[in-house]
Design a protein around this ligand. Structure first.
Ligand SMILES: C[S@@+](CC[C@H](N)C(=O)[O-])C[C@H]1O[C@@H](n2cnc3c(N)ncnc32)[C@H](O)[C@@H]1O
Ligand SMILES: [Zn+2]
Length: 281
């Protein structure tokens, strides 16, 4: 099957088969038994297991199964679906997809538009991508860096980025001129009750994703705020939420112990779903 994928060695087009992806220059990349593709070259790895680890991915998976981010996923999927109208085919990638929750929801929304839309989930974390394959094997799951994303120039109709690093230059390279980048970034009240426990003063999040703020390649064409209350009524879910946020790695043992005592937490989910279009040159 012809794809939007580029060979990480020579950049030629990759053809995807059942057991491997190959390029015309005979570079070949095996698919794991679970179906994902590893396009991260070992000399490009900064560490043995880059990206978020298995424990964090498990926490995220368990938390997301609770439905707390369903409205956010629906808003992100709707924003991407609006960008790929009119044509029965196309390619869409979720960059920094983690354990694949938002990618799987997006794929369901896109398949309703057209079964010929190719959906890719990319993350540098192998445990994350391996876990993602359990959602849906029709999605092409890839271990790769979003700083050298494994796509042909101008090959994607849309890129989704949910709470993940953004490489605007690379996104600009891979999306079509009429395509768009959809970002989901935290709003000012996101996970307020958790942040109040963790920080004495809560720093508001900026509305424009920090990594896009100084970018001149894209212009923001839409931003929707998705804000709603949630209640976590078990210690397990509170700890899952804590372990899937960056806060977990910065808090003191005393704060962690205080959070472990909680059996109920009311918080706000608050996110901006923003659309960025490449500027015409
Ligand atoms: C906060 S998580 C968000 C995951 C997912 N989008 C979600 O919302 O459930 C950020 C993700 O970015 C990934 N990541 C970090 N640096 C990356 C890179 N250079 N290339 C690809 N993924 C990266 C991490 O492994 C992690 O899965
Ligand atoms: Zn090649």
């Amino acid at each position: 099957m012809k794809t939007a994928l580029a060979c990480p060695v020579c950049a030629a087009e990759l053809t995807l088969g059942a057991t491997a992806a190959v390029c015309p220059n005979r570079h070949s990349f095996d698919r794991a038994r679970s179906g994902y593709l590893n396009l991260l070259l070992s000399n490009k790895k900064q560490s043995a297991e880059p990206g978020d680890g298995l424990a964090m991915m498990r926490s995220r998976r368990e938390f997301l199964q609770g439905g707390f981010y369903d409205p956010m996923a629906a808003a992100a999927s709707a924003a991407v679906a609006e960008i790929v109208p009119g044509r029965p085919y196309g390619n869409v990638a979720d960059l920094g997809c983690g354990e694949g929750f938002f990618t799987a929801r997006l794929n369901t929304a896109l398949q309703a538009l057209s079964p010929a839309i190719g959906c890719y989930g990319v993350d540098i974390s192998r445990p994350g991508i391996k876990m993602a394959t359990t959602y849906n094997r029709d999605i092409t799951w890839i271990v790769a860096s979003l700083h050298h994303s494994p796509f042909q120039p101008q090959s994607l109709d849309a890129v989704l980025s949910v709470f993940a690093p953004i490489d605007a230059a690379d996104v600009g390279r891979v999306i079509r001129d009429d395509g768009a980048l959809v970002t989901v970034t935290p709003g000012p009240d996101h996970l307020d009750a958790l942040r109040i426990i963790i920080y004495t003063s809560v720093k508001p999040h900026p509305q424009t994703p920090a990594l896009m703020a100084n970018d001149t390649r894209f212009e923001q064409t839409a931003s929707t705020r998705v804000r709603y209350p949630i209640v976590l009524d078990s210690r397990a879910q509170i700890l899952n939420l804590l372990a899937m946020t960056p806060y977990y790695w910065h808090i003191s043992r005393a704060t962690k112990a205080a959070i472990e005592e909680l059996s109920r937490l009311e918080l706000t989910v608050d996110a901006y779903v923003s659309v960025f279009r490449p500027r015409a040159n």
